[in-house]
Design a protein around this ligand. Structure first.
Ligand SMILES: [Zn+2]
Length: 490
């Protein structure tokens, strides 16, 4: 990052002109159409045609094409940050570079009264933008969406991966740092949705490709968590994996691979029987972030049928995470989603024996349910209480342990207090108290709601206890006892 700040500062100064009025590129009679819309250029933006190349001010590249452009005054060099390799052009130089490659230009960048003009076609194509040129009408068309190159499965023996000598044990790669980008923890498919669980940050580029129909998610600056290969289908030799989908949806396969080892790009594709609209969004829970590609943009799951009000208290038990979102990963790689589901099923079994309660679970199996859908299930069921079950992690702090309980709305505080009292008694873990937190499932539920962090999976002792059957039986009974006290059920 050392030079970037300097470059960006210079860029800011360089572009710090006062522009008055708007005009199209009349000086050359050239029109530039970006994704179907004619660019409205500033008066000062002199578009020129030099040796048959359309030359545009670098402001057009940064503001209209959305590429990060930096300027080095000393070297008279323009740098355009691009996923396919940084593009460097120098005023007066007929040679440019894209990544490590040198490229000969038709026309060298020029300076016109303080403004640098660069060849539009070269920059656009180098940055992966489709360029069309109507010479008779002097119209340049730029298309930024829908990359044209299809995703190619990685070759079985990528040259970047050294072949181990016979008999040699493969050396584990060094543990990547989540702070450096995104770390993929899980990839799954449930109910028409792709879920990519991660830590760190992801800046996904998601688009549909036709013939054959598929959805492509490109994740630059992203690597797989070392635990990923132990939890899911993954071949370290090819740095790829896949699984089939057989849920009756239009999707048939999910494939994932490191498609660029140098820039650390992971690509995930969903093969489809036909083109389908989709929506994509990120959501965050206590222990995990999930990127969701949803093929059912408007649909929410139908809540379980609810009997007419017969005086029973309707309680929704929400086992956190599921499928491609494993939640927290424990000290010995045990997954939070399994603990949550196992405990929730025990609570359900106990509540079904209580005539005063009607119980609804947000999931009964290893399924990914978006956070807002969990709240919707409870709201549509007309629930009287919502209890979300989780187990915690403290990354890099294996000694942190204990039980804590969360509420968001004031209406959930009493429920949280009562539940926590019973919970701590049952776990015997350190009392980490009742806390306020703005978690989505607590925010979007219309009834008293609480979220239980039963213990810390990242602590080896608690992880082992959390997965013990008798411990779960005891905690399940405590949850039922808490609900009975809260609703004053004998
Ligand atoms: Zn959780």
């Amino acid at each position: 990052m050392k030079q970037i700040g300097f470059f960006v500062l210079l860029t800011a100064l360089f572009f710090c002109f006062s522009f008055a009025g708007q005009a199209s590129a009349q000086s050359s009679g050239t029109t530039i159409i970006l994704d179907g819309q004619a660019l409205s250029l500033q008066k000062k933006d002199k578009v020129e045609i030099v040796k048959g190349s359309v030359m545009v001010p670098i402001r057009v590249i940064s503001e209209n094409l959305g590429l990060l452009v930096t300027w080095n005054q000393t070297d008279k060099q323009v740098k355009i940050w691009s996923g396919s390799g940084d593009i460097k052009l120098t005023i007066g130089q007929p040679t440019a570079s894209v990544g490590d490659a040198k490229v000969r230009l038709n026309a060298a960048p020029v300076n016109r009264s303080g403004t640098t003009l660069v060849p539009l076609r070269f920059v656009g194509e180098s940055a992966g933008i489709d360029i069309g040129w109507d010479n008779a009408k002097k119209i340049v068309t730029l298309t930024t969406s829908q990359p044209s190159e299809p995703w190619l499965p990685p070759s079985p023996t990528p040259s970047a991966t050294p072949t181990p000598a016979p008999g040699a044990t493969p050396t584990p790669s060094p543990s990547p740092s989540p702070a450096a980008g995104g770390l993929i923890k899980g990839i799954g498919w449930s109910d028409g949705r792709l879920a990519i669980s991660f830590s760190g940050s992801l800046i996904p580029k998601t688009y549909a490709v036709a013939d054959p129909s598929r959805i492509v998610v490109e994740l630059p600056n992203t690597v797989f968590d070392p635990a990923f290969s132990t939890l899911q289908s993954y071949d370290p030799a090819t740095q790829s994996g896949e699984f089939a989908i057989s849920d009756g949806s239009d999707a048939s396969h999910v494939k994932y691979a490191v498609t660029d080892a140098v820039s650390k790009t992971v690509t995930v594709t969903v093969d489809l029987a036909a083109d389908k609209p989709f929506s994509a969004y990120q959501e965050a829970d206590v222990e995990s972030n999930v990127y969701v590609v949803d093929l059912k943009p408007t649909a929410t799951p139908t809540p379980p049928p609810v009997n007419p009000n017969n005086g029973k208290k309707i309680v929704v038990i929400d086992p956190g995470h599921g499928d491609g979102d494993p939640g927290g990963i424990g000290a010995t790689n045990k997954q939070e989603k399994s603990f949550n589901l196992s405990l929730a099923l025990k609570v359900e079994k106990l509540l079904k024996k209580e005539s005063a309660f009607q119980v609804v679970l947000t999931r009964h199996d290893d399924t990914f349910i978006p956070l807002s859908d969990r709240a919707t299930i409870a709201n549509k069921a007309g629930a009287d209480a919502f209890v979300s079950i989780h187990a915690n992690i403290a990354p890099g702090k294996p000694t942190v342990r204990g039980t804590e309980t969360y509420y968001y709305a004031g209406s959930g505080k009493t429920l949280a207090n009562v539940m926590h009292k019973h919970l701590v008694q049952a776990t015997g873990f350190t009392d980490r108290k009742v806390k306020y937190a703005s978690y989505k499932v607590l925010r979007e539920t219309a009834m008293p709601a609480t979220l239980l962090e039963v213990g810390f999976l990242s602590n080896a002792t608690e992880e082992s206890i959390l997965f013990s059957d008798s411990f779960q039986d005891r905690v399940a009974q405590a949850i039922v006892d808490g609900l009975k006290e809260y609703f004053r059920v004998k």
